[in-house]
Design a protein around this ligand. Structure first.
Ligand code: SF4
Ligand SMILES: [Zn+2]
Ligand SMILES: [Zn+2]
Length: 452
């Protein structure tokens, strides 16, 4: 299997035959495709594509051409979009002094702030760099002591640049441009750099390899880039395929996919995958279809649910994280004992805890569990879902009485847990203002979460 790590499948010229483009790619052996955004609108579009096609993933970011209006609002929007389960990186971002569509100072500011966002979210970055080598290296060198992982996509700089970024631990990817007749210098760089840092990409619909130049590029032509790489390096195609795929899986953290994850880092927090079971069946829930987050696989059978010791082991020193969050694509209070045991461990060792719940813990456990959460949790975030009993019941596919039980849980929790929050997802049709009013009436805090 090959991985096309860069294909802009949201472009207009894919609109009419995307099904075929993706099927043809699979047929040609391109098993996964990463779609990088260039602005907010394309980020939203590609999320739609990733939801439709199983082996497609996306990255969100603002391209140097499109960052003229870069501001805090855009950054916040990106951070929200990055929480989508199929978003696995920040990109494409960078500098482009060839076209110079955006003033250089703005390009740099947007680039740096997006690098910082990637670090906050613990996501790799996809970098676009054209005729901006000096400034690019100047900025990237500043991240030497951080966990930044970067892909220099559509590589087109010199060998010295390549060696510098490789020494900093980053990756380089090549497109159809390595097949071009005039690309001898680029091919000499391909030959000189180690295969364990190279990824493949098409940059569709651009950079169409020989012999299809002049036509629209698409992921199936990745095989031609792989063949050129094999030829230039004098290595067999199977090894090229194996190593470049491995590199992409590692870089985008897709290796964890398929492997069950018990704890996972998002930003500064550590999330605990408590269970995949739930008493509800929300219409918007990814629990059954795609329990995947940033490439982490969160779906688990009851028999695979680990005991508290496994979680405690993975947490280690809880002060390394801003908080430890009991979460997962399921209802954590189904495993109340785990929350209590792990929560006590975290609290005894100086950490902070939060529970994300649907608020049905008292029904599930057939008793008032809120006193048992004292000293275990610093915060409980309860999904309000709707201000309206009827809508709530429809969204969660449960009887309306669960709405009252959830609010009662929130009210009781206030006596034992320092911070109680009611949250809603901005799902179409949910009245945010009315929901906020319910939270105020219950006497708890209110938060809006992004819907995907
Ligand atoms: S309560 Fe949460 S885990 Fe359960 S079905 Fe609803 S969204 Fe999914
Ligand atoms: Zn680019
Ligand atoms: Zn691109």
């Amino acid at each position: 299997m090959l991985i096309d790590t860069h294909a802009h499948l949201f472009f207009k010229n894919f609109e009419s035959d995307l099904d075929k483009v993706i099927a043809d790619a699979r047929e040609a052996g391109v098993g996964k495709i990463v779609i990088p955004a260039t602005d907010i609108a394309s980020a939203k579009q590609l999320i739609g594509i990733c939801e439709r096609y199983e082996h497609t993933y996306g990255t969100v970011g603002i391209h140097p051409h499109d960052c003229k209006n870069w501001d805090e609002k855009m950054k916040k929007e990106l951070a929200e979009l990055a929480m989508h389960p199929k978003i696995i990186g920040i990109g494409e971002i960078g500098l482009d002094y060839f076209y110079d569509f955006t003033p250089k100072e703005i390009q740099k500011k947007a680039f740096i702030e997006q690098l910082n966002l990637a670090l906050e979210l613990d996501l790799p970055v996809v970098i676009h760099n054209r005729d901006s080598d000096a400034d690019m290296l100047h900025i990237i060198r500043k991240y030497e002591k951080t966990t930044l992982r970067a892909q220099f996509h559509c590589f087109n700089a010199n060998l010295e640049f390549a060696e510098t970024v490789l020494a900093l631990g980053h990756y380089i990817s090549f497109t159809g441009n390595i097949t071009f007749r005039k690309a001898d210098e680029l091919r000499s760089i391909v030959a000189a750099i180690p295969l364990n840092r190279i990824m493949l990409e098409t940059d569709s619909p651009f950079m169409t390899p020989i012999p299809h130049r002049g036509q629209r590029n698409e992921p199936k032509y990745l095989t031609l880039v792989a063949q050129q790489l094999a030829e230039t390096k004098g290595i067999g195609l199977p090894e090229i395929e194996k190593q470049t795929t491995e590199n992409a899986l590692i870089f985008f953290n897709l290796k964890e996919k398929g492997k069950l994850t018990f704890t996972y880092k998002l930003g500064d927090a550590l999330y605990i995958n408590v269970t995949n079971r739930c008493n509800a069946d929300c219409v918007f829930c990814a629990r059954k279809d795609q329990p995947v987050l940033h490439g982490y696989s969160l779906g688990m059978e009851k028999s695979a649910e680990p005991d508290a010791g496994v979680y405690i082991n993975e947490i280690g020193d809880p002060t390394r994280y801003s908080e430890i969050v009991f979460c997962g694509y399921g209802e954590p209070t189904i495993r109340l004992d785990i929350i209590k045991e792990v929560g006590k461990y975290v609290k005894q060792n100086g950490g902070n805890t939060r529970l994300n719940t649907n608020g049905h813990g008292n029904i599930i456990n057939k008793r008032d569990i809120t006193p048992e959460l004292q000293g275990v949790l610093d915060c409980v975030s309860i999904s309000l879902n709707s201000h309206d009993r009827k809508q709530y019941a429809e969204l969660m596919r449960l009887p309306e009485s669960y709405y009252d039980a959830m609010l009662e849980f929130a009210g009781k929790a206030m006596a034992y847990i320092p911070e109680v929050v009611l949250s809603v997802v901005n799902y179409p049709g949910v009245d945010l203002e009315a929901s906020e009013k319910v939270a105020h009436e219950t006497g708890v805090q209110f938060r809006v979460r992004a819907y995907f």
